[in-house]
Unconditional design. Structure first.
Length: 123
């Protein structure tokens, strides 16, 4: 059975209290892709807004790490690194599913996330 993963971007407040847009995945894959992820609970980006990126694990998320500096998260302006990680770990983008969901975005719970794509293991 093929597992589909959702990759999204979110605004995150980093350790220097600066806003940055990072990439997250909806769950931890059972593959080498997992070594590129960090599991954490993001800071609230505003005292008026809660982070509801995930419905389980106390709103903890899996964020992609920058392969050139794993002490940092992978940020939006390095999107090519994200796709390199995906392809090097034998995943492919599910273009059809991504198009369907983006076209019918009413079925997606937003919660501050922006869909980037859906991926699956290349078999």
């Amino acid at each position: 059975m093929t597992t589909i993963f959702e990759i999204s971007s979110i605004v995150n407040l980093n350790i220097n209290d600066k806003y940055e847009t990072i990439f997250i995945i909806n769950s931890k894959p059972d593959s080498t892709l997992a070594k590129h992820l960090k599991h954490f609970k993001p800071k609230r980006i505003s005292p008026f807004k809660y982070n509801n990126y995930n419905d389980n694990e106390n709103n903890c998320i899996y964020a992609f790490l920058d392969p050139d500096d794993t002490s940092k998260y992978l940020v939006l302006n390095n999107i090519s690194k994200l796709f390199n990680i995906i392809y090097k770990n034998n995943y492919i983008i599910d273009n059809e599913l991504t198009k369907i969901i983006l076209k019918n975005n009413k079925i997606l719970k937003n919660n501050g996330k922006k869909l980037v794509c859906f991926i699956k293991l290349n078999q």
